[in-house]
Design a protein around this ligand. Structure first.
Ligand code: S2G
Ligand code: ZN
Length: 494
């Protein structure tokens, strides 16, 4: 008991004087003392404090399945003041908190596996003030991303950050993880669209950051420190988002290519003459899985090693001719073997699904995921090196490549063989990952391009960040969360 309690104490720096801790094989259950439960109930209301096992599983994990969800309780605050009161109580009682949004993360950043209090932002879900002059809208952290996208469309505007999980992710979680997705090449990451933030710090104080300003050089930009901090520096409770002009008449091309370097030659050729809104790629095995398991057709019969999916606006009427001329040129160069272009919105949607349905389709094989990035100019040599390593290291595993190659971000997924347990598979892949991350380090790349660090990538952080950087991050963490109550054990240990 002491071992676990000690571990828990070290998380918050003080004994949880109101918890009964029971350890069982491979896990443990933390039961909060009645008077602490009573205090929590009085903050959020008894019906917003969930104690049942089903809620603990639902709110205690994200899309990863490596750790067993085991929170002590789940609280669903209905106001910013309630979030502040929960954090203040957690400090007084030495209770760890895991902030929770849509729980669509892929690095374990929202996993509560050590008797923490999950603070779920679902009920801070109102879309507030919209200003057509500023083109900005205020959202509670619990607003679903797709809800914001629809709101923007209803105003004749556009929220351009998009990814497969937008139907269930929350804007607060998108900001906490600086979500990227499929349009980064044209519109950037979530951080590029946040003009204001309200955040509850690790001591329960409320920070109101940047107030919607476009220009503000009055000191450090704490807003950008909070964006991507994965709930370790503060709990994001409100976001002011900037919107943009809606794109016009989007067309989608899917091109079959013989190898990775040809993808990058094609990208360079198109980008020299056209403004693209997306440039993605995926491998033949990825396409085969999606076509086999979704109601989709192959783009054309000829199987190719890889496929590039590119998208562009048609504003002047000449873009399609330009794109077809570029396609012909890439064919002549041997960079492209075949291709199709959408003739309708429905066809564009179906071509996009060939790329966007990959993640959901391969989830049934419990893939080991690497989410890597290098500067775009280094992608060809980087991918050649990684491909050689993983092909040699994983001769018996099925490798699925896909991702946002236009901004240098690739997703390397290894499918788990039936014969291997998740733990054994993760261990084998973890070993190979060290070789992959060594190549990342050599290319000054990132071990986590968009999925965050959470717990899964924590051991590999030093491949992308120096000891000095990590020490400075710890110092920043101690400034915002001196008692270490916010999402302890994520990104790095104190
Ligand atoms: C993607 C989604 C999550 C995954 O499809 O671009 O970021 O499966 C991913 O890696
Ligand atoms: Zn992605």
């Amino acid at each position: 008991m002491a071992g676990f309690a000690g571990a828990y104490d070290s998380i918050c720096g003080r004994a949880v004087n109101a918890a009964i801790i029971r350890i069982f094989g491979g896990g443990f259950q933390v039961t909060l003392a009645p008077d602490l439960l009573d205090k929590l109930s009085r903050i959020v209301g008894a019906n917003k404090l969930l104690m049942d096992a089903e809620a603990h599983v639902q709110y205690g994990r994200d899309w990863t399945r490596v750790e067993t969800p085991s929170p002590a309780a789940v609280a669903l605050p209905g106001s910013i003041e309630q979030v502040q009161a929960l954090v203040q109580l957690a400090n007084a009682e030495g209770l760890a908190i895991v902030p929770s949004g849509g729980r669509t993360g892929l690095s374990g950043g929202a996993v509560a596996a050590r008797g923490e209090l999950v603070v779920a932002l679902d009920n801070l879900n109102q879309i507030g003030a919209f200003n057509s002059i500023d083109r900005s809208v205020v959202c509670g952290a619990g607003v679903i991303t797709e809800q914001l996208q629809q709101f923007a469309e209803d105003q004749g505007l556009h929220y351009p950050v998009d990814f497969a999980s937008s139907g269930s992710s929350q804007i607060g979680g998108n900001v906490a993880t600086n979500a990227g997705g499929i349009k980064v090449i044209r519109y950037g990451m979530t951080r590029d669209w946040v003009v204001g933030l309200k955040v509850v710090t690790g001591t329960g104080e409320l920070l109101e950051l940047n107030a919607g300003l476009i220009k503000n050089n009055a000191g450090y930009d704490l807003r950008h420190l909070m964006i991507g901090s994965e709930g370790t520096l503060g709990i994001i409770v409100e976001v002011t988002i900037r919107l943009c002009r809606a794109p016009t008449d989007l067309a989608v091309m899917v091109l079959g290519v013989p190898d990775m370097p040809s993808i990058m030659s094609t990208l360079a050729e198109f980008r020299q003459q056209m403004e693209l809104t997306a440039f993605e790629f995926f491998s033949e095995p990825a396409l085969q899985k999606v076509v086999a398991h979704q109601d989709l057709q192959r783009p054309f019969d000829e199987p190719c090693a890889y496929y590039a999916l590119l998208e562009f606006e048609q504003t002047s009427g000449s873009e399609m001719d330009q794109a077809m001329a570029l396609f012909e040129h890439c064919l002549e160069q041997g960079w492209v073997l075949d291709g199709v272009v959408s003739q309708s919105v429905a066809q564009a949607r179906n071509l996009w699904r060939l790329r966007e349905d990959i993640s959901e389709t391969i989830a049934r094989w419990a893939p080991y995921k690497n989410d890597l990035s290098v500067v775009v100019s280094k992608v060809p040599e980087f991918l050649t090196a990684v491909e050689a390593l993983v092909n040699a290291a994983y001769p018996d595993f099925e490798i699925i490549w896909y991702g946002h190659i236009g901004d240098g971000n690739v997703h390397l997924n290894i499918l788990k063989p039936e014969s291997l347990s998740i733990a054994d598979f993760a261990e084998q892949c973890g070993e190979v990952s060290k070789g992959v991350f060594e190549i990342v380090r050599e290319h000054r790349g990132s071990v986590s391009a968009e999925h965050g660090v959470g717990v899964l990538k924590k051991p590999y952080l030093p491949y992308s960040r120096s000891p000095l950087e990590i020490e400075l991050m710890r110092a920043i963490k101690r400034s915002f969360d001196p008692n270490g109550v916010l999402n302890p054990g994520k990104i790095f240990d104190l």
